[in-house]
Write a protein that binds this ligand. Structure first.
Ligand SMILES: [Fe+2]
Length: 349
């Protein structure tokens, strides 16, 4: 244990040093406040014995400056024991007072006690640090498990009508590009990208006969198809994790329209969560460019112009602009994740 002795009287320093060295403490010496602060700045010190009355910086000032940078226990050794001064000392960071002349035994007991408390605090900090680390690791693992479970659910839901899985990847990527174009924060962008692919998870509860019908759906069949939104929300259920919460919002709102003519709740404008407004556009764009059992895929230009026409009708105008302003990036994803569901025909109406 290293103890710094600060006193302008050399004899006092010498005496204290002898007493402490005999008890096995290592001592450092300073004869004014400036040198004491210099030592504290450079070395690890476990305790300071600090004289109050010194030329230059006073002991109180030294205590204050030490505590501003390091949590080192300080015992003020002083002849003046007026109550106001003691209070001032405590306010400045003193942990103990010892009046001169002091008994050697009392000095050593006080030092021993303070160092015991310091050691306890150090251990406690170590335990807290260790537990915080374990907690962070547990959260990190939980996050990975969450993502994995979401991914597996997704695979199950998409297996029947998109066994390449590329539709959901494209919707995730388009949504990310739009979110970036809107200048949203990094964490939210990542959430959108991860959860956008979940938008149609409720299709797991819709009959294959309807999902894969080669013709346009009848009114009744379309009503059944629409239930995929509600089925999806039942699968996910609004939870407390941002991942589940965002997935829920996307599932529930990806068929709502800016003008309020969508389903299931005919929500309008900004009443529709932003994540839902983003995925609505990404999903429609991907549907336009992809072939379905009842239609071929539209060409790129045709699909973009339909999106443009639907600005402020089906789609949020800001979301539409973010999409239109980032067409190059969208095109890269479009080309990268191509699959056999896309039949490009420039003459398709
Ligand atoms: Fe959908």
């Amino acid at each position: 244990m290293k103890i710094l002795i600060v006193d302008d009287e050399e004899a006092n320093v010498k005496l204290l040093s002898v007493i402490l060295s005999r008890k096995g403490y290592e001592t450092l010496k300073a004869y004014d406040g400036e040198s004491a602060l210099a030592i504290v700045g450079k070395q690890d010190v476990d305790l300071i014995l600090l004289d109050v009355m010194m030329p230059g910086i006073s002991g109180f000032e030294v205590a204050k400056r030490v505590k501003a940078i390091k949590q080192i226990p300080i015992i003020m050794v002083t002849g003046l024991m007026d109550r106001d001064k003691i209070i001032e000392g405590f306010k400045n960071g003193a942990d103990e007072f010892l009046s001169k002349p002091y008994l050697q035994e009392e000095l050593l007991l006080r030092i021993g006690n303070i160092l015991k408390v310091k050691e306890y605090q150090n251990n406690l900090e170590g335990v807290v640090e260790e537990r915080t680390k374990s907690l962070k690791e547990a959260l990190r693992r939980l996050n990975i498990v969450n993502k994995e479970v979401m991914h597996r659910l997704l695979v199950a839901a998409e297996y029947r009508d998109d066994n390449t899985g590329k539709h959901v990847v494209r919707v995730g990527e388009y949504s990310r590009i739009i979110a970036e174009g809107l200048g949203l924060d990094k964490e939210y962008i990542e959430l959108i990208q991860q959860t956008a692919p979940m938008h149609d998870i409720g299709k797991i509860g819709v009959s294959d006969l309807i999902l894969n019908k080669p013709d346009k759906l009848t009114f009744e069949e379309f009503e059944i198809m629409k239930t995929h939104v509600i089925i999806g929300t039942r699968i996910i259920e609004k939870g407390e994790s941002p991942l589940i919460e965002t997935a829920y919002d996307i599932i529930l709102h990806h068929h709502e329209k800016w003008t309020g003519q969508g389903y299931p709740n005919s929500k309008k404008g900004k009443d529709i969560p932003l994540s839902g407004r983003i995925v609505a556009l990404a999903d429609v764009f991907d549907a336009l460019t992809s072939a379905r059992p009842y239609k071929p895929g539209f060409a790129w230009d045709k699909s973009v112009s339909i999106i443009k026409e639907e600005r402020e009708k089906h789609f949020d105008p800001d979301v539409t602009d973010a999409f239109l302003n980032n067409q190059e990036k969208i095109k890269t994803v479009y080309d990268q994740y191509t699959d056999n569901t896309r039949i490009e025909k420039t003459n398709v109406a």
